[in-house]
Design a protein. Structure first.
Length: 604
């Protein structure tokens, strides 16, 4: 290499002494540099290729001014090439690259779903209108103004635009899964590579989290949620704008200061939305909540309520307040693990205190529960959650058997009434309306069906049945499970994505059948030996009628019950609480069998 460079540097410039030019005709046509050692003979390339090498005579032997000027420029360029060769003796590594990404590849990466021909602009506008009409009421934390068109949203907020299209395409699962892959690429570009991390990314992540039940498996709800929380932390959106300190404690320049930025109501809605999904999902799936309630959330709610841009802004305060009550219920669970369950115990005081707070909250609402889908589901889920905490989430006794106390039968009855109200509301909704439900609502429905099945099994014990038979007949969980399965079957399609996976409703149907199998496997033997058998009474009530029925049932006298073992962690499902089919009746009821005639006499 060094010898070649030296020979190149020592090679004569300009024309050869015989008057011929320095480039043969073959190399000139190929526009390749011609190298010849000496004034005669073939060039290296022609000799290697076995071609006839011909160097034409110079047209101007006297060196015309124009030709000389051109030759000088060529000589200067060739000298520059020689200089670069001389400084590049060591070859580059195979995997290294000295050139930037070509404009063609960059343009290809920047193409969106419309550029790639997956959707038209007209279809995108239809999907955006569908999002505003059907999906946005179930997620009032990201609001798209009615005057915003698909073209403007695509231009100003391309990532949010992509996540909205993805969420709204639930009627076309294969295309939805294709767009989901595009969302994953955009998230990796923004959060892992060198793309911008902006407030728009937070809004897009919130939309993607809200309808993550439509994602391909395994779903990454927790991962996306924590990415969103990291943006809130970095942009300091978890505090008022006047308290956002952009100068760190390791900054040596006291004059360097960054002005605080605020996105107004959009910012407040997004922060409240991340809190809602983080808190509501974690409590049911028994996970640690990493973005729990902060006093600043009340300030956000008050700003939105007093200066409401949309009707949904008025409800955010009530959603946050109710979720805060649910977090207080979660704190009781840790107390129950080591707590006692005798009359006047801390568990009983906690149960009655939270039950009273829920009743006071409902009485303070400015509108009936059934007028807001999110609040309705959230409220009865909170009651069911209180029942779960009071009866099931505690350590079974290893000492003498405990006797039942009245508040536990009261909790059991409250759970049966709440389950009936929530499930009646769901099955009375128009068919396919549940396709717009956000992921938190689906988890709430799964939790209600799971807990209702366990409560009915527990309530059918001969010593407990006199206090619960009427409520079990009203709930009719066997018929309710069948109706829910029929609704799921109406949503299942034969479509498959590129990996061969079915749609989410196919998997929901399978889970419901597991619940049904678990319930019938335990109840049918009892129904054969006992006179108790709940009659099938299909409900034709409207959602508002479901709430009225709840009010009538709530007026019945309430009594008490015992505790329950913690379900093994391995039988949990990531997106639907799954206690089936592994749990046996002994694991579920633990020492409920110890309910005696003596304790029954005390309750009368």
């Amino acid at each position: 290499m060094a010898h070649l460079i030296q020979s190149e540097l020592s090679r004569p410039r300009g024309r050869y002494s015989n008057g011929s030019v320095r480039t043969c005709q073959n190399c000139a046509r190929a526009k390749i540099r011609c190298i010849r050692h000496g004034a005669t003979g073939s060039c290296d390339r022609c000799e290697r290729l076995g071609k006839e090498c011909h160097f034409p005579e110079s047209r101007s032997t006297n060196g015309g001014i124009k030709r000389d000027s051109k030759d000088k420029r060529i000589d200067l360029l060739e000298a520059k090439v020689d200089q670069l060769l001389a400084t590049s003796v060591c070859p580059l590594p195979r995997n290294s690259s000295t050139t930037e990404e070509s404009p063609a590849s960059t343009a290809s990466q920047s193409k969106d779903a419309i550029d790639k021909g997956l959707l038209t602009v007209g279809a995108a506008n239809m999907l955006l209108n569908k999002f505003r009409a059907t999906l946005m009421p179930h997620c009032p934390f990201v609001v798209i103004p009615p005057q915003t068109s698909a073209e403007s949203l695509r231009r100003d907020k391309p990532f949010l635009f992509l996540t909205i299209l993805t969420a709204t395409l639930y009627d076309n699962m294969p295309l939805q899964r294709m767009l989901e892959k595009e969302v994953k690429k955009k998230i990796s570009d923004c959060m892992i590579f060198d793309g911008p991390v902006s407030f728009e990314v937070l809004q897009g992540l919130l939309v993607h989290i809200a309808w993550c039940q439509y994602h391909s498996r395994p779903r990454r709800f927790s991962q996306y949620l924590h990415l969103a929380i990291s943006i809130i932390t970095d942009l300091q959106l978890d505090r008022a704008p006047e308290y956002r300190l952009w100068r760190t404690r390791v900054n040596f320049n006291p004059e360097e200061h960054k002005e605080s930025v605020s996105w107004g109501h959009d910012e407040r809605r997004a922060v409240l939305g991340i809190f809602f999904f983080s808190s509501s999902v974690s409590q049911i799936l028994h996970k640690q909540c990493t973005f729990s309630y902060m006093p600043y959330f009340d300030e956000c709610c008050k700003h939105l309520a007093t200066d409401a841009e949309y009707a949904s802004d008025q409800h955010l305060l009530h959603i946050v307040q109710l979720q805060r009550l649910s977090e207080k219920i979660t704190s009781i669970s840790a107390q129950n693990i080591l707590g006692t369950h005798g009359p006047g115990s801390s568990s009983e005081r906690s149960f009655r205190g939270m039950k009273l707070e829920l009743e006071q909250y409902r009485a303070s609402l400015p509108c009936p529960l059934h007028e807001n889908n999110i609040l309705f589901m959230q409220y009865y889920t909170a009651e069911l959650y209180l029942c779960q905490i009071s009866l099931f989430d505690n350590k079974p006794s290893t000492q003498s058997p405990r006797r039942e106390v009245s508040f536990q039968i009261e909790a059991l009855r409250m759970g049966l009434v709440a389950a009936k109200a929530l499930l009646d509301y769901y099955v009375c909704l128009p068919l396919r309306s549940e396709m717009a439900f956000n992921n938190a609502i689906w988890i709430q429905i799964g939790f209600a069906l799971t807990l209702a099945s366990k409560l009915v099994v527990a309530a059918s014990e001969p010593s407990i049945q006199p206090h619960t038979a009427e409520l079990c007949r009203a709930l009719d969980i066997s018929s309710m499970l069948s109706r829910c399965i029929l609704r799921m079957q109406a949503l299942v399609t034969s479509s498959m994505d590129a990996s061969g996976d079915r749609d989410v409703f196919y998997h929901y149907e399978q889970r419901l059948k597991r619940v049904q199998w678990w319930f019938e496997n335990r109840m049918l033997p009892r129904q054969k030996s006992d006179s108790f058998q709940p009659p099938v009474q299909p409900s034709n009530m409207s959602p508002s009628g479901a709430e009225n029925n709840h009010l009538e049932s709530a007026q019945l006298p309430l009594d008490g019950l015992n505790d329950y073992a913690v379900i093994p962690r391995e039988v949990y499902d990531m997106q639907w609480p799954g206690f089936f089919p592994d749990a046996t009746i002994d694991e579920i009821l633990v020492d409920w069998m110890e309910y005696t005639k003596a304790s029954e006499q005390r309750l009368r």
